[in-house]
Design a binder for this molecule. Structure first.
Ligand SMILES: [Zn+2]
Length: 207
């Protein structure tokens, strides 16, 4: 058993015992700070569902707000939404993918691009992303009051899961349709921090 496998298995075991939430019904009493772990229907590993995204947040007390951004219809506020939309569009070979990639957050960007964006189409994709988030995912939260510690744990957990030889995407995983090959090869809905240093025994036993 490799070290990556062993530590990733322990992470899955610990996170799998935490309360499970759905994006379709976020409770009002979510932990205010910590690291979240998403699981996805039909994606398995370590004897259960495998982790398909790991995230945290910036700013004290902002975890619930960050999670709500993932189900709010605005792809430019959530890279998670953006990744899912890219995969859906790429799977359909839909040329709207190029427009979906444009970040319209700033006034400058809107002035430059908004006139040619089909917002009806964009909204339809946003609704598909929301539907996928609500129906395919569950997630767990590892509460951590120290935000710096949470960010360190998030980075190490991404390292462990992306390096784990047993956490691989199923042949039907939507992420395989992502135009970004790192999503398909890591099995995670993220690009930053993949294949970095993983968790230590000390980090896991301290939980
Ligand atoms: Zn694993």
């Amino acid at each position: 058993m490799t070290a990556e496998y062993s530590l990733c298995e322990k992470l899955h075991s610990k996170v799998g015992k935490l309360p499970s939430y759905q994006f379709s019904s976020l409770p009002s009493d979510l932990p205010s700070d910590g690291v979240y772990f998403c699981f996805e229907k039909k994606e398995t590993g370590h004897g259960g569902l495998r982790i398909t995204r790991i995230g945290s947040h910036t700013g004290k007390g902002n975890l619930a707000a960050r999670l709500r951004e993932h189900i709010t219809v605005n792809k430019d506020r959530s890279i998670f939404r953006k990744h899912i939309g890219r995969a859906l569009l790429n799977c359909d070979r839909d040329p709207f993918l190029a427009d979906w990639d444009i970040d319209l957050t700033t006034r400058t960007a809107r002035d430059k691009h908004a006139h040619r964006i089909d917002f009806e189409k964009q909204n339809a994709v946003e609704l598909r992303v929301s539907d996928y988030l609500r129906t395919a995912f569950t997630f767990a939260i590892l509460p951590m009051t120290d935000c710096a510690q949470a960010l360190n744990f998030e980075a190490a957990a991404i390292g462990s899961v992306s390096n784990c030889p047993r956490c691989k995407a199923s042949s039907t995983w939507l992420g395989l349709s992502s135009p970004n090959s790192h999503i398909a090869s890591s099995g995670l809905w993220q690009i930053r921090g993949l294949w970095g240093a993983g968790l230590t025994e000390g980090q896991l036993s301290a939980l």
